[in-house]
Write a protein that binds this ligand. Structure first.
Ligand code: DGY
Length: 331
Protein backbone atom coordinates (compact mmCIF):
# COMPACT_ATOMS: atom_id res chain seq x y z
CA UNK A 1 0.00 0.00 0.00
CA UNK A 2 1.32 3.48 -0.83
CA UNK A 3 2.32 5.78 2.00
CA UNK A 4 -0.36 8.21 3.20
CA UNK A 5 -0.01 11.83 2.16
CA UNK A 6 0.13 14.59 4.75
CA UNK A 7 0.18 18.36 4.46
CA UNK A 8 1.87 20.23 7.32
CA UNK A 9 0.77 23.86 7.26
CA UNK A 10 4.05 25.26 8.71
CA UNK A 11 7.40 23.96 9.89
CA UNK A 12 6.94 22.44 13.35
CA UNK A 13 9.77 21.11 15.55
CA UNK A 14 11.68 18.20 14.03
CA UNK A 15 10.80 15.81 16.86
CA UNK A 16 7.28 15.78 15.41
CA UNK A 17 8.04 16.31 11.77
CA UNK A 18 10.57 13.45 11.63
CA UNK A 19 8.03 11.03 13.11
CA UNK A 20 5.45 12.02 10.52
CA UNK A 21 7.98 11.81 7.69
CA UNK A 22 8.95 8.27 8.77
CA UNK A 23 5.40 7.07 8.13
CA UNK A 24 4.01 9.34 5.43
CA UNK A 25 4.77 11.37 2.37
CA UNK A 26 5.00 14.88 3.76
CA UNK A 27 4.48 18.27 2.14
CA UNK A 28 5.55 21.04 4.51
CA UNK A 29 4.52 24.65 3.89
CA UNK A 30 7.89 26.41 4.06
CA UNK A 31 6.94 30.06 4.59
CA UNK A 32 6.83 32.13 7.77
CA UNK A 33 3.28 33.20 6.97
CA UNK A 34 0.45 30.64 6.77
CA UNK A 35 -0.76 29.36 3.40
CA UNK A 36 -3.61 31.50 2.03
CA UNK A 37 -6.99 29.72 2.31
CA UNK A 38 -7.17 28.86 -1.41
CA UNK A 39 -3.64 27.46 -1.38
CA UNK A 40 -4.33 25.44 1.77
CA UNK A 41 -7.36 23.92 0.13
CA UNK A 42 -5.37 23.07 -2.98
CA UNK A 43 -2.51 21.49 -1.02
CA UNK A 44 -4.81 19.44 1.24
CA UNK A 45 -6.82 18.02 -1.66
CA UNK A 46 -5.51 14.50 -2.17
CA UNK A 47 -4.10 14.29 1.38
CA UNK A 48 -4.96 11.72 4.05
CA UNK A 49 -3.81 13.90 6.92
CA UNK A 50 -3.41 17.57 7.78
CA UNK A 51 -1.34 19.26 10.48
CA UNK A 52 -3.08 22.60 10.97
CA UNK A 53 -2.20 25.60 13.09
CA UNK A 54 -4.51 28.05 14.83
CA UNK A 55 -3.98 30.35 11.83
CA UNK A 56 -5.49 27.82 9.39
CA UNK A 57 -9.24 27.72 8.93
CA UNK A 58 -10.41 24.11 8.51
CA UNK A 59 -14.01 24.42 7.30
CA UNK A 60 -16.58 22.53 5.24
CA UNK A 61 -15.20 23.95 1.97
CA UNK A 62 -11.72 22.65 2.71
CA UNK A 63 -13.06 19.28 3.83
CA UNK A 64 -15.15 18.90 0.67
CA UNK A 65 -12.07 19.62 -1.42
CA UNK A 66 -10.23 16.78 0.38
CA UNK A 67 -12.40 13.66 0.08
CA UNK A 68 -9.56 11.38 1.32
CA UNK A 69 -8.79 13.39 4.43
CA UNK A 70 -9.03 11.22 7.56
CA UNK A 71 -7.37 13.25 10.28
CA UNK A 72 -6.79 16.88 11.19
CA UNK A 73 -4.12 17.23 13.87
CA UNK A 74 -4.19 20.76 15.25
CA UNK A 75 -0.86 22.03 16.60
CA UNK A 76 -2.59 23.79 19.53
CA UNK A 77 -4.81 23.02 22.47
CA UNK A 78 -7.45 25.48 21.17
CA UNK A 79 -9.32 24.32 18.10
CA UNK A 80 -11.68 27.19 17.30
CA UNK A 81 -10.04 27.33 13.85
CA UNK A 82 -11.48 23.89 13.05
CA UNK A 83 -15.14 23.30 12.23
CA UNK A 84 -15.37 20.18 14.39
CA UNK A 85 -19.02 19.32 13.58
CA UNK A 86 -18.15 19.48 9.85
CA UNK A 87 -15.22 17.10 10.45
CA UNK A 88 -17.38 14.72 12.51
CA UNK A 89 -20.10 14.71 9.87
CA UNK A 90 -17.51 13.47 7.35
CA UNK A 91 -15.85 10.92 9.65
CA UNK A 92 -12.68 13.02 9.91
CA UNK A 93 -10.85 12.79 13.26
CA UNK A 94 -9.61 15.94 14.97
CA UNK A 95 -6.75 16.00 17.49
CA UNK A 96 -5.29 18.75 19.70
CA UNK A 97 -2.41 19.16 22.17
CA UNK A 98 -3.74 19.69 25.71
CA UNK A 99 -1.65 19.30 28.87
CA UNK A 100 1.79 19.87 27.43
CA UNK A 101 1.42 23.66 27.23
CA UNK A 102 -0.32 24.19 30.57
CA UNK A 103 2.75 25.35 32.50
CA UNK A 104 4.16 27.58 29.78
CA UNK A 105 0.79 29.27 29.32
CA UNK A 106 0.23 29.75 33.05
CA UNK A 107 3.73 31.26 33.25
CA UNK A 108 2.80 33.85 30.62
CA UNK A 109 -0.50 34.64 32.37
CA UNK A 110 1.43 35.37 35.56
CA UNK A 111 4.11 37.31 33.66
CA UNK A 112 1.48 39.54 32.05
CA UNK A 113 -0.34 39.98 35.35
CA UNK A 114 2.86 41.11 37.09
CA UNK A 115 3.92 43.32 34.19
CA UNK A 116 0.54 45.04 33.98
CA UNK A 117 0.15 45.41 37.76
CA UNK A 118 3.63 46.94 38.14
CA UNK A 119 3.42 49.00 34.92
CA UNK A 120 6.52 47.31 33.54
CA UNK A 121 5.92 48.21 29.88
CA UNK A 122 5.46 51.87 30.72
CA UNK A 123 8.41 51.91 33.16
CA UNK A 124 10.79 50.28 30.66
CA UNK A 125 9.76 52.66 27.87
CA UNK A 126 10.08 55.71 30.11
CA UNK A 127 13.51 54.59 31.35
CA UNK A 128 14.76 53.98 27.81
CA UNK A 129 13.37 57.21 26.42
CA UNK A 130 14.80 59.61 29.01
CA UNK A 131 11.80 60.12 31.28
CA UNK A 132 13.62 58.55 34.24
CA UNK A 133 14.89 61.79 35.73
CA UNK A 134 15.15 60.82 39.40
CA UNK A 135 13.79 58.44 42.04
CA UNK A 136 10.22 59.58 42.64
CA UNK A 137 8.12 58.80 45.71
CA UNK A 138 4.99 59.02 43.60
CA UNK A 139 6.36 57.73 40.31
CA UNK A 140 5.10 54.65 38.46
CA UNK A 141 2.98 53.36 41.35
CA UNK A 142 1.47 49.96 40.62
CA UNK A 143 -0.78 47.50 42.39
CA UNK A 144 0.21 45.23 45.28
CA UNK A 145 -0.19 41.49 44.81
CA UNK A 146 0.21 39.80 48.18
CA UNK A 147 -3.05 38.53 49.62
CA UNK A 148 -5.21 40.05 46.87
CA UNK A 149 -8.05 38.27 45.07
CA UNK A 150 -7.62 36.51 41.75
CA UNK A 151 -10.64 35.73 39.58
CA UNK A 152 -10.14 32.84 37.14
CA UNK A 153 -12.64 32.74 34.30
CA UNK A 154 -12.53 29.11 33.15
CA UNK A 155 -10.94 26.81 35.75
CA UNK A 156 -9.52 24.18 33.38
CA UNK A 157 -5.91 22.98 33.41
CA UNK A 158 -4.39 26.36 32.54
CA UNK A 159 -6.69 28.33 34.82
CA UNK A 160 -5.82 26.01 37.71
CA UNK A 161 -2.07 26.21 36.99
CA UNK A 162 -2.28 30.02 36.98
CA UNK A 163 -4.27 30.03 40.22
CA UNK A 164 -1.78 27.63 41.83
CA UNK A 165 1.15 29.91 41.04
CA UNK A 166 -0.56 33.01 42.42
CA UNK A 167 -2.09 31.29 45.46
CA UNK A 168 1.08 29.55 46.60
CA UNK A 169 3.43 32.34 45.47
CA UNK A 170 1.51 35.46 46.47
CA UNK A 171 -1.09 34.12 48.89
CA UNK A 172 -3.95 35.17 46.63
CA UNK A 173 -7.51 34.23 47.40
CA UNK A 174 -9.02 32.43 44.39
CA UNK A 175 -12.48 32.95 42.92
CA UNK A 176 -13.50 31.15 39.75
CA UNK A 177 -16.25 30.56 37.26
CA UNK A 178 -16.63 27.22 35.50
CA UNK A 179 -19.41 25.07 34.10
CA UNK A 180 -19.01 22.64 37.01
CA UNK A 181 -17.36 22.81 40.46
CA UNK A 182 -13.65 21.98 40.51
CA UNK A 183 -13.12 19.92 43.65
CA UNK A 184 -9.33 19.74 43.28
CA UNK A 185 -8.97 23.53 43.05
CA UNK A 186 -11.34 24.00 45.96
CA UNK A 187 -9.37 21.52 48.09
CA UNK A 188 -5.86 22.58 47.12
CA UNK A 189 -6.34 26.32 46.70
CA UNK A 190 -9.42 27.03 48.79
CA UNK A 191 -10.94 28.33 45.54
CA UNK A 192 -14.57 29.49 45.57
CA UNK A 193 -16.89 29.06 42.60
CA UNK A 194 -18.93 32.23 42.18
CA UNK A 195 -21.18 33.75 39.54
CA UNK A 196 -19.57 35.89 36.86
CA UNK A 197 -20.75 39.24 38.28
CA UNK A 198 -19.42 38.41 41.74
CA UNK A 199 -16.07 37.45 40.25
CA UNK A 200 -15.91 40.75 38.33
CA UNK A 201 -16.86 42.83 41.37
CA UNK A 202 -14.60 41.13 43.93
CA UNK A 203 -11.42 40.31 42.01
CA UNK A 204 -8.31 42.47 41.99
CA UNK A 205 -7.00 40.44 39.05
CA UNK A 206 -9.16 38.77 36.41
CA UNK A 207 -7.45 36.13 34.27
CA UNK A 208 -9.30 34.58 31.32
CA UNK A 209 -8.83 30.89 30.48
CA UNK A 210 -12.13 29.97 28.84
CA UNK A 211 -12.16 28.54 25.33
CA UNK A 212 -13.69 30.46 22.44
CA UNK A 213 -17.17 29.29 21.49
CA UNK A 214 -20.47 31.03 20.71
CA UNK A 215 -21.21 31.49 24.44
CA UNK A 216 -17.85 33.12 25.23
CA UNK A 217 -17.54 35.32 22.16
CA UNK A 218 -17.27 38.97 23.41
CA UNK A 219 -17.76 37.78 26.99
CA UNK A 220 -15.95 40.94 28.12
CA UNK A 221 -17.56 44.18 26.98
CA UNK A 222 -18.12 47.65 28.42
CA UNK A 223 -20.59 46.38 31.06
CA UNK A 224 -18.18 43.75 32.33
CA UNK A 225 -15.27 46.21 32.61
CA UNK A 226 -17.59 48.63 34.45
CA UNK A 227 -18.38 45.92 37.00
CA UNK A 228 -14.68 45.44 37.79
CA UNK A 229 -12.72 47.44 40.40
CA UNK A 230 -11.03 50.62 39.19
CA UNK A 231 -7.78 49.05 40.45
CA UNK A 232 -8.36 45.76 38.60
CA UNK A 233 -5.87 44.18 36.22
CA UNK A 234 -7.29 42.16 33.33
CA UNK A 235 -5.31 39.31 31.71
CA UNK A 236 -6.22 37.30 28.63
CA UNK A 237 -4.21 34.32 27.41
CA UNK A 238 -7.10 32.40 25.83
CA UNK A 239 -8.44 33.86 22.56
CA UNK A 240 -8.82 37.47 21.43
CA UNK A 241 -12.49 37.36 20.40
CA UNK A 242 -13.56 36.80 24.02
CA UNK A 243 -12.95 40.52 24.46
CA UNK A 244 -14.59 43.54 22.88
CA UNK A 245 -11.34 45.39 22.29
CA UNK A 246 -12.95 48.80 21.74
CA UNK A 247 -14.58 48.43 25.15
CA UNK A 248 -11.29 47.33 26.71
CA UNK A 249 -9.45 50.29 25.17
CA UNK A 250 -12.16 52.61 26.54
CA UNK A 251 -11.92 51.06 30.01
CA UNK A 252 -8.12 51.45 30.04
CA UNK A 253 -8.21 54.98 28.64
CA UNK A 254 -10.86 56.19 31.10
CA UNK A 255 -9.44 54.48 34.17
CA UNK A 256 -12.45 52.14 34.50
CA UNK A 257 -9.83 49.44 35.18
CA UNK A 258 -6.14 49.85 36.05
CA UNK A 259 -4.32 47.83 33.40
CA UNK A 260 -4.41 44.86 31.06
CA UNK A 261 -2.00 42.17 29.88
CA UNK A 262 -2.87 40.36 26.65
CA UNK A 263 -1.24 37.44 24.87
CA UNK A 264 -4.10 37.19 22.37
CA UNK A 265 -5.94 39.81 20.33
CA UNK A 266 -8.49 40.03 17.55
CA UNK A 267 -7.21 40.12 14.88
CA UNK A 268 -3.77 38.58 15.18
CA UNK A 269 -1.46 40.21 14.55
CA UNK A 270 -2.98 43.38 15.96
CA UNK A 271 -2.04 46.28 13.65
CA UNK A 272 0.70 48.44 15.22
CA UNK A 273 -1.54 51.51 14.95
CA UNK A 274 -4.25 49.90 17.13
CA UNK A 275 -5.12 52.02 20.16
CA UNK A 276 -4.31 49.19 22.59
CA UNK A 277 -0.65 49.38 21.57
CA UNK A 278 -0.60 53.07 22.44
CA UNK A 279 -2.15 52.88 25.88
CA UNK A 280 0.60 52.88 28.52
CA UNK A 281 -1.44 50.60 30.78
CA UNK A 282 -1.74 47.77 28.25
CA UNK A 283 0.97 45.14 27.80
CA UNK A 284 0.64 43.01 24.67
CA UNK A 285 2.61 39.89 23.73
CA UNK A 286 2.35 38.32 20.27
CA UNK A 287 0.53 35.08 21.25
CA UNK A 288 3.61 33.43 22.75
CA UNK A 289 2.14 31.54 25.71
CA UNK A 290 3.33 28.14 24.48
CA UNK A 291 6.56 29.47 22.98
CA UNK A 292 9.25 27.59 24.89
CA UNK A 293 11.58 25.04 23.33
CA UNK A 294 10.38 22.18 25.51
CA UNK A 295 6.69 23.01 25.12
CA UNK A 296 6.78 23.35 21.35
CA UNK A 297 8.70 20.04 21.14
CA UNK A 298 6.08 18.35 23.31
CA UNK A 299 3.29 19.82 21.18
CA UNK A 300 5.00 18.53 18.03
CA UNK A 301 5.31 15.02 19.52
CA UNK A 302 1.67 14.94 20.53
CA UNK A 303 0.55 16.40 17.25
CA UNK A 304 2.47 13.67 15.38
CA UNK A 305 0.99 10.96 17.63
CA UNK A 306 -2.54 12.21 16.97
CA UNK A 307 -1.91 12.39 13.25
CA UNK A 308 -0.35 8.94 12.96
CA UNK A 309 -3.10 7.33 15.08
CA UNK A 310 -5.71 8.91 12.82
CA UNK A 311 -3.95 7.66 9.71
CA UNK A 312 -3.84 4.12 11.14
CA UNK A 313 -7.53 4.27 12.07
CA UNK A 314 -6.68 4.05 15.81
CA UNK A 315 -8.13 6.22 18.60
CA UNK A 316 -6.28 9.55 18.83
CA UNK A 317 -4.38 10.08 22.11
CA UNK A 318 -6.07 13.51 22.34
CA UNK A 319 -9.24 13.24 20.38
CA UNK A 320 -11.47 16.31 20.09
CA UNK A 321 -14.33 14.41 18.40
CA UNK A 322 -14.32 10.84 19.77
CA UNK A 323 -17.93 10.58 18.56
CA UNK A 324 -16.32 9.67 15.22
CA UNK A 325 -15.07 6.33 16.66
CA UNK A 326 -16.38 3.44 14.63
CA UNK A 327 -17.28 5.59 11.64
CA UNK A 328 -13.89 7.00 10.70
CA UNK A 329 -13.44 7.66 7.02
CA UNK A 330 -11.85 4.54 5.51
CA UNK A 331 -8.64 4.66 3.53
C1 DGY B 1 -3.06 26.95 21.85
O1 DGY B 1 -2.40 25.90 21.82
O2 DGY B 1 -4.27 26.98 21.72
C2 DGY B 1 -2.28 28.18 22.11
O3 DGY B 1 -3.06 29.33 21.95
C3 DGY B 1 -1.06 28.22 21.23
O4 DGY B 1 -0.07 28.80 21.98
Amino acid sequence: MSRPKVFVARRIPNVGLDRIAAAAEVDVWPDRLPPPAAVLRERVAGCDGLVSLLTDRVDAGLLDAAPQLRVVSNFAVGFNNVDVPACSARGVCVGNTPGVLTDATADIAVTLLLAAARRLGECATDAREGRWVTWEPLGWLGQDLIGRTLGIVGMGRIGAATARRLHHGWGMKILYTARSPKDDAERELGAHRVDFDTLLAESDFVSVHADLNPTTNRLFGADEFRKMKRTAVFVNTSRGPLVDQAALAGALRNGTIFAAGLDVTDPEPLPPEHELFHLPNCVIAPHVASATVGTRDAMARLCAENLLAGLRGDPLPHWVNPDVAGRQRPR
